[in-house]
Write a protein that binds this ligand. Structure first.
Ligand SMILES: *[C@@H]1O[C@H](CO)[C@@H](O)[C@H](O)[C@H]1NC(C)=O
Length: 167
């Protein structure tokens, strides 16, 4: 009996490469960062809170490789599953210029120009004024680099969990 339990445990445990990746998260094995797209669209601040409630953060690409991994996930999105968004194409990331329209910061308050990856789609990322009619939050789509977009719009969003730094 005891031996059988051991064998069963062994076979269940074997394919579990990243047992600590929560449900629904896809792990980039080169960085040990897990990502999940949420299809229930939310405004940017709500998306940020929802990621936190999930023990995660709105995703922030810090390298081209990280951005490419995220974009691959977005390209594989199941668009018909997106709920409550008028414009399903942009997926929220953890980047905004709400503090100071001249500086795009990630959700840890770092200037993204200084953290590595800050490639904007043509016409995006200018940060022209602090006027509310300007887009002050950022996301990505299947085709371009970073996109700026209006924080109050409801979009699907991408959360990330850094498995390496998890206790
Ligand atoms: C960040 O870099 C972009 C070019 O990618 C530049 O246009 C912008 O002025 C820089 N912003 C800051 C705050 O350094």
């Amino acid at each position: 009996m005891r031996g059988r339990v051991t064998i069963v445990t062994f076979f269940i445990a074997l394919p579990c490469i990243r047992c600590d990746a929560p449900d629904g998260y896809v792990v980039d094995k080169t960085t040990d960062i897990g990502y999940r797209i949420f299809y229930q669209s939310q405004t940017w601040p709500v998306a940020r809170d929802e990621c936190e409630d999930d023990g995660a953060k709105l995703a922030v690409p810090k390298t081209l490789e990280e951005f490419s991994f995220m974009q691959k996930l977005v390209r594989g999105m199941h668009y018909p599953s997106i709920v409550d968004s008028e414009y399903q194409v942009v997926v929220w990331l953890g980047i905004n210029n709400l503090d100071d329209y001249r500086i795009w910061k990630n959700i840890d308050g770092e200037n993204i120009n200084e953290t590595g990856f800050h490639e904007w789609a043509t016409g995006n990322g200018g940060g022209y004024s602090d006027a509310p009619e300007e887009p002050h939050c950022a996301g990505l789509d299947a085709v371009h680099w970073l996109r700026d977009f209006w924080c109050h719009r409801r979009q699907p969003y991408l959360c990330q969990i850094n498995l390496k730094n998890k206790i």
